[in-house]
Design a protein. Structure first.
Length: 318
């Protein structure tokens, strides 16, 4: 029998994740809670067997899983929009089809916190990273300063990564969000502009316990396997932040020029890591003050034989 009043709606976005989606579902279904929760699944026209697996789970857990009807590929923002429209819980949590919640009390811990802190509009936690290419884990990766969320808007603008797979937020905040407008503006991500908007309406708080595991996999939206994709994504994040600053000039002390410098630096370092000498040289020229390690990278880039040797060594020790 379908649940009438779930406390939490869990949104699961799925695209070509047949190898991992079973693990994602199993860990969500393993949550130990004193309340009901529902799972809203947006499977976005995968070309593998993801849809079949989602259908099997939706049939097996009819009282808990709602699978959106099959449709042509929508893209991230519209798929998320359609999932949110089906949510009925007081709170919303999110988990991608290649991530998982290793802490079976994740939802319970977060709901208890939110119920006790009405001023809080979103809560997140520490998390682990699974490096798929190397089959290795990094544990509780949030730095200590991230636990203090005072001035969270400035921190988000200056590059703080708020781990989406760990969040829980109040559904009523959706009244301030227009994903169609995000799409019209060309935004490639839904989380950053949502977090910035949420922070205008209450506190974003961190619970220092690891609840979730993020899969770092080459080719995913924020884990790059080529400089073209990386540059497009980085410039898109830059534009999201500049748009927010220009729309809310009295909210933050961060200036647009600071964001431009930040992303020039990020693209330079990412290009160097991806062994794209030309792109690294292009962006290093736009940085007036380099950190010591960046000066060394610049020197390596400027001397072609030295850069070639660096590439060989990096590939050999990969």
């Amino acid at each position: 029998m379908e649940q009438n009043n779930p406390k939490v709606s869990v949104v699961v976005l799925v695209y070509n994740q047949e190898r991992t989606i079973t693990r994602t579902f199993d860990h969500i279904l393993n949550q130990k809670t004193s309340f009901d929760y529902e799972i809203i699944v947006g499977e976005d026209c995968s070309i593998d067997n993801s849809r079949l697996i989602c259908e099997e789970y939706a049939e097996l857990y009819k009282d808990k899983i709602k699978l959106l009807p099959q449709a042509p590929n929508k893209g991230l923002l519209i798929n998320y929009r359609d999932c949110l429209a089906k949510c009925t819980g007081e709170y919303i949590a999110v988990c991608a089809g290649d991530d998982w919640w290793h802490n079976s009390k994740k939802l319970q811990i977060q709901v208890e916190f939110m119920d006790a802190h009405p001023e809080s509009v979103l809560v997140f936690t520490n998390y682990d990273i699974f490096h798929a290419a190397y089959n290795k884990y990094s544990h509780s990766v949030l730095p200590a300063e991230s636990l203090n969320t005072r001035g969270i808007i400035d921190k988000l603008l200056r590059g703080f990564f708020l781990p989406t797979l760990t969040i829980l937020y109040r559904r009523r905040l959706l009244q301030y969000i227009d994903l169609n407008e995000f799409k019209k503006r060309g935004y490639q991500a839904e989380d950053l502009p949502m977090f910035l908007e949420f922070a205008l309406h209450g506190s974003l708080d961190c619970i220092n316990v690891s609840t979730s595991t993020y899969t770092a996999m080459a080719g995913s939206l924020s884990h790059f396997d080529n400089t073209q994709k990386m540059e497009r994504f980085m410039l898109n994040m830059r534009d999201i932040k500049i748009n927010f600053i220009e729309t809310h000039p009295d909210i933050t002390s961060v200036l647009p020029q600071e964001i431009i410098v930040l992303y020039n630096r990020l693209i330079f370092n990412a290009s160097f890591a991806l062994l794209d000498r030309g792109k690294a040289l292009q962006y290093v020229k736009m940085i007036s003050v380099l950190y010591p390690i960046e000066r060394k990278k610049k020197m390596v880039c400027k001397i072609r034989p030295l850069f070639g040797l660096y590439c060989l060594l990096k590939k050999f020790f990969k």
